[in-house]
Write a protein that binds this ligand. Structure first.
Ligand SMILES: [Zn+2]
Length: 195
């Protein structure tokens, strides 16, 4: 079988790669709940020798997701959380049929990443007293999870709107810078370079 690359090294070999971009590879891996393991990939590679590999095959899906996840797991925690916050699904469809079920179940991995990032937000505005709820609103807004009105949130937290606005701006800039670095590291890790 052909040893496919996860993402293209250059525009010339795009056809040989499994995913068009690092972003696409991460979205796939974080959306695939099977965490996988190196063993899974090895088993897949062996089994694929006997037949034509099909990407819609469940074992193959799990193997690719596991391999990409293993590489993402090597990144520093903040980088990994920022990638999860942006690229992991916020919720998965739920078929439990309980009366209280909305048909969606929160993705715990995404919620955990948001919580960890919120805990690190004081790095964005040192020597400032921050309201965790405000920080959480800013992080969720950045991650695309919630439409958050910072002014209303500031009122609810008892923080002056101007202060909240400045803090939100600083936190968002910190998130963007951290995300840029995380993407660079993910490129290196997924291409097999040392992150
Ligand atoms: Zn349910």
């Amino acid at each position: 079988m052909v040893a496919h690359e996860i993402v293209p090294q250059s525009a010339d070999d795009a056809a040989d790669a499994v995913f068009a971009s690092v972003e696409a590879a991460l979205r796939f891996a974080f959306g695939n709940r099977h965490r996988g393991s190196p063993d899974t990939l090895a088993r897949y590679l062996r089994s694929a020798m006997g037949g034509a590999p099909r990407f819609d095959d469940e074992i193959e899906r799990a193997a690719w997701a596991g391999d990409i996840r293993r590489r993402a797991d090597m990144l520093p925690p903040l980088s990994r959380w920022l990638l999860i916050a942006k690229f992991a699904p916020k919720a998965f469809p739920c078929a439990c049929r309980r009366a209280c079920c909305s048909g969606w179940r929160i993705n715990e991995e995404w919620a955990e990443a948001i919580s960890e990032i919120v805990s690190r937000t004081p790095e964005a505005v040192p020597a400032t007293l921050l309201q965790r709820r405000l920080c959480q609103g800013v992080v969720k807004r950045w991650a695309g999870g919630d439409r958050v009105n910072i002014g209303l949130l500031a009122d609810q937290c008892g923080v002056h709107r101007n202060t909240a606005g400045k803090q939100a701006k600083a936190i968002t800039a910190w998130l963007s810078a951290g995300f840029t670095l995380a993407i660079e590291r993910a490129h290196a890790a997924i291409r097999g370079e040392v992150p």
